[in-house]
Each structure stands twice: as C-alpha cells, then as structure tokens.
Design a protein around this ligand. Structure first.
Ligand code: F6R
Length: 609
C-alpha cells in the first residue's frame, strides 16, 4: 500500500526521487519522506502534506546527494503523522544516523521484536512496525549490510518490501521483498528500487520484478540478486518498451474524469484482437480447461468484485454454468467446499491486491488448479500465478476510484461468457454474430452515453448537499447500483447504499424521506414493470427519484427526474449504465470540493491484508 522509490547514481537523485514519489502517491498519501546521503551525512525531510511540500523542504535544507530513499505512506500501524512517516532511522550511540529504511507491508511479530530491542536500549520515536526493522538491522549490523539484511529478514513474520541504506557503506542500497512488490530498475550509471515501474519511468532502461524472498544489492553500476536460499538468482529482464510511461492529465480537471472519458478507447483496445469467439484469447490451455470445468468461482475485491457479480448473471444465463462470487478477504479464511473442476477466476485491476492474491493461492493450496486472471497489469503477481489470463487494456488508472478498469473487466467477462457458451456448443451462430456485433459497437455506444454529462451535472447539484443516497437496480443491474453507490461514497463521502429494488420493502424503505435521493438503474428489460412498482413505493414515502431509463421506456411521470439512455443496449446494458453513475459521483464530489483522485483514507493498490 505504501510506495517506495530509492536510487544509487553517479549524479544527484533528489529530483528523480521526488518525481518518482509523486507517481507513487496512488499507493497511499498519508505522509511522505525522503532521506539523502550527501556531504558524508545522512539526512531526511518528512511531511504530512503532499510531495510538493517535500520539494520545498529539500530546497530549504539543501538536501542533495547521489544516493537516497523515499516513501509515500498509507498508515497501518500508527496514525498519519510526521514522526510515523518513513524513512525511519536508527542511529549510533553518538546520535549520528547510521541506517535508513523504507518499508511497505506489515511486520506481524513487531511487538515481540520491539520489546527485545527496547531491552537492548533502543528508543522508539514512532508507533510503526517499520521502526522495529530499522533498529533490528542496526542491532545486527556486522560491517556488511547485505549479510545483515539476509540475517534479519529470517527473523520476520509478515509481508514486506524494503529498501535499506547504511551510512558505513554509502555506495549501495539493499532491497528485499516478501508478499509485497519490489522492482529493480537498471539505468545508465544508476540503479533503482521501487514499488512500481511507474516511479522509474524515463530513467530505467530495463526492469526486473523481484520474487518473494529475494534480496537485491544495488550500486550505481552493479547489482546482484540472491534468493531465499542465499543462492545467486537470475531473474528475467524486461525492456523499457514493456512498461508504461508517464500519464499526463491533459485538459481534464482530474485523472478520474480523464479515465471516465477514456472508456471508449479502453474498451476498443481491450477488444483489439477479438475477431471471432475463440478460447485461444484466454490462453493456449483455455479450450481444454473450459471443457473440463463444471462451475466458476469468481474471487475479487471492491469494484472488481462487482464486475464478478455482474458476470454471474451473464455466465449463468448465456453459458449455463454455475457461478459463485466471493469477496477475496472472506473466501481465504472460511471453510469452503473444494471443487477441483471449478474455474477459479480472479479479477483485479492492479493484479497486486493482497487479499485477491492470497485467496488465489489459497484456492491452489486446496487443489483447485484451473485458474484464470482478468487483470490490467501484465507483469503483476496475480497474472504470474494464473494458468489463463486476459489482459484488459485500460491503460494505467491513476484515480483511486476505479472506472475504466471496471468497464473493461465487464467487457472481458461478457466475452468470457459467450466463449464458455461456444465451448459447450450452446451458442448459436446467430447469437455469436449478434454478441460480437454488440461488442464491436460498445466503444461508440459508450461515447454516446458520455454525451449525457451535462444532464448528469444538473443532478449532481441536487446531490451535493445531501448526506445519504440510495441506489436501486434489479438483476444484472443490481451490481451496477452497488458500483454506483461505492463510487458515490468513496469520492463524495456521501453515505450511499445499494439494494436490489425488490429488497426495499424488507427494511431499507424505512430510510426513505423527502430528503433521500434514490437513484434507479431502470433499463427496459423483463424486470422494468416490477421496478416501476418499487419506484412507486419510494415516491409514496416522499423519496426523490433519479431514474436512468431507456429511450423508449414508458415512464412518463413529471415528478421523476429522468435521464434517457441514448439507445437500448440489451445484455451489455450494465456496462453502459455504469457511465452516468461514475459521472454522477464525480460531479457531486467536485461540487463538494473533495480530493477526487485521492479520496481520504484510501489508496489505489491494496497490497496489505
Ligand atoms: C473502488 C476501487 C476498489 C478496487 C479494489 C480491488 O473504486 O478501486 O474497490 O476495486 O481495491 O482492486 P484491484 O482491482 O486492483 O484488485
């Protein structure tokens, strides 16, 4: 969840570290800090404000040097504060700092280690688990920082990605990771360690993804990697072209807005190589695996989980295969019924979500070995673990609230549904052509829905002064209502709940007053008439209805706020109906003046449990 960037170079590294850090803020932004070794001194600046404040402090304190570590934090142990911000230091008896360390992850046995270190005389100035690590390294330091990190990491329980510097050996940085990502970047006369390649864009020519238990030793012109058995390790190098460059905001006000408007392109790119419905697009073994499965188990978190919920409707209806959908953090800790003939389908934008990755590994440990990832990151841990994979080509998503990742996931899930149906020989040629045509038309359809923005902005003005909202949907649009409510709560901080509309009368109706806006996703499908009755239940209690309906739906009531979708989208309707809900949350948040791209308490990539 935190972001690490560190560099050893033959030139000054401060501006590079600051640039890298600002590109890592999506991983957490409670506080940030940077430590630099220069003029034979190890010094640091830390801030509760954003990275721009660090830049000011660097100038004020004249902090320059060719080796340094930087960190942006998402608080787990200890509140957001400057004294809890990384880098953490451990000093010699003279008070001179010797070890500097940045950490992403959670050290589970930090309490007992802390007691031992306190008994040895170490004073703690933060509430973090990380400070235990830095003192532990100082305590065990034997003149060789690589050897010391090898020894100390054996004492740890939990997850970590760390970068460590020792002032006694001011030409090298040691990194190590277990259960949290760490990438080595190789540049010209400089090398880097970071949580994400994005932090090194423009400076690294090649990257190496470290594996669990690896320890890496970097100098400006050399590096070596040892694995958990202390043997030299040779890991695959990826050229510059394989990782994504920097993303500019352009004329948009926020990345979230940019990403909402990128959806036609993202969906078109995701479908780029799809000419026919064929198993091959999911991997070479897909045809055989699909033939052998008797059910699908979808595992995901948050927005990706809602994509999975929508897929259940599609797969069961089109391919007639039983689907269960599980929240990753729940699945991994419960006794479930093991079915080796189930396809475990993990959905993740980042491919690094700890809960999802652990749930996937849990399913494998239970003997469920048919697995597949739908993911937006080619080099992620989840993709590396899975036999089958379909990469969404949404492009990097910077806004913390997921938008284009969700609609591209849905696109792939629909494609999977028709592919499974074809694999079972229950997809007629006519339907195959019809569905493919609808998929090809999707980018254009998304563009026409985006044109509704001005109408949605008017609604956002009504929502901006509310503190609660209800979202209703039925059938495959219920998960879309859930996603709409999640977007609303996470970026506008309005308390929003979603229900399958038929559930309203079983309790939530008690919340409806004339101060409760109720958003209804109401496409023209077999449930529309039922939904209209649910809407009347709301109106009868004074609730204000905001309804997204199809162009030709018979809803003619002046007291209802109505936006008509440009066309009728059939089975793909959930994808299209997502767009106005994203826009509604976005514009409501803008009017309320929240930090849209970096909502409070959240982070983009959740690599801790
Ligand atoms: C909400 C959001 C989160 C993520 C969730 C899973 O807008 O972005 O709910 O969907 O943290 O993340 P991934 O898809 O990266 O596994």
């Amino acid at each position: 969840m935190c972001g690490i960037i560190s560099a050893v170079s033959c030139r000054d590294v401060t501006s590079m570290l600051i640039d890298g850090l600002s590109r890592l803020e999506y991983r957490g932004y409670d506080s940030c800090g940077i430590a630099i070794y220069g003029k034979k001194n190890l010094r640091r600046v830390r801030s509760m404000k954003r990275v721009y404040d660090l830049s000011k402090q660097i100038i004020e304190h004249n902090l320059y040097g060719s080796i340094g570590l930087a960190h942006t934090r998402w608080a787990t142990h200890g509140m957001p504060s400057t004294y809890n911000a990384h880098p953490h230091f451990s000093s010699l008896d003279s008070g001179k700092p010797r070890i500097a360390l940045v950490h992403n992850g959670i050290i589970e046995n930090y309490d007992e280690l802390r007691v031992e270190l306190q008994e040895s005389g170490y004073l703690f100035e933060s509430q973090t688990d990380t400070e235990v690590l830095v003192h532990l390294i100082n305590h065990n330091y034997d003149g060789d920082i690589l050897r010391t990190v090898q020894k100390v990491t054996k004492l740890l329980t939990g997850t970590y990605a760390i970068a460590v510097f020792c002032a006694d050996e001011p030409y090298r940085i040691i990194g190590s990771c277990k259960g949290a990502p760490l990438v080595l970047g190789l540049g010209d006369g400089e090398n880097f360690l970071a949580s994400d390649v994005l932090a090194m864009a423009g400076r690294a020519n090649e990257v190496i993804y470290l594996e669990d238990g690896d320890i890496v030793d970097i100098e400006s012109n050399n590096f070596l990697i040892v694995d958990s058995d202390n043997s030299l390790a040779h890991r695959k190098r990826y050229p510059k072209s394989s990782f994504i460059g920097i993303v500019e905001l352009g004329t948009y006000r926020h990345y979230m807005q940019k990403e909402i408007f990128e959806q036609p392109r993202a969906v078109a790119d995701t479908l780029q190589e799809v000419n026919i419905v064929s198993e091959n697009i999911f991997g070479i073994d897909a045809e055989e695996i699909f033939r052998n499965i008797d059910s699908v188990l979808i595992i995901a978190c948050g927005t990706s989980y809602y994509a999975g919920m929508t897929a259940k409707y599609w797969i069961e209806s089109i391919a007639k295969i039983r689907v269960s959908v599980e929240i990753a953090s729940e699945y991994r800790y419960r006794d479930s019924v093991v079915n080796p003939k189930s396809l475990v389908l993990v959905i993740s934008q980042s491919g690094e979500t700890s809960d999802t990755l652990s749930a996937l590994k849990h399913s494998m440990s239970l003997g469920m070995n048919y697995n597949m990832a739908i993911c937006n990151s080619q080099t992620s841990a989840i993709v590396r673990e899975c036999k089958l994979c379909y990469l969404t080509r949404a492009g990097i998503e910077i806004g913390v609230a997921s938008t284009k990742a969700f609609t591209t996931q849905l696109t792939v899930l629909f494609l999977l549904s028709i592919t499974l149906a074809k694999n079972r020989s229950i997809l007629s040629r006519d339907n195959e052509m019809l569905f493919l045509k609808a998929l090809r038309h999707l980018p254009a359809a998304l563009s026409s829905v985006l044109d509704l923005e001005p109408l949605v902005v008017k609604w956002a003005n009504h929502f901006a002064n509310k503190e609660n909202a209800l979202f209703l949907g039925r059938g495959m649009h219920y998960p879309i209502a859930l996603e709409g409510a999640l977007k609303m709560k996470e970026i506008s901080y309005i308390h929003a709940e979603a229900y399958p509309a038929g559930e309203l009368k079983h309790g939530p109706l008690a919340l409806v007053t004339d101060n409760m806006p109720v958003v209804v996703v109401a496409p023209k499908d077999i449930l529309l008439e039922k939904l209209k009755s649910n809407m009347q239940e709301v109106q009868a209690r004074g609730g204000k209805l905001y309804v997204f309906a199809d162009a030709d739906s018979k809803i003619n009531d002046d007291s209802i706020n109505l936006i008509r979708m440009p066309e009728h989208y059939g089975m793909l309707s959930p994808i299209l109906h997502t767009i106005p809900l994203q826009l509604l949350a976005y514009h409501t948040a803008c009017i309320r003046g929240t930090d849209v791209d970096k909502p409070r308490n959240l982070a983009k990539s959740v690599t801790v449990e």
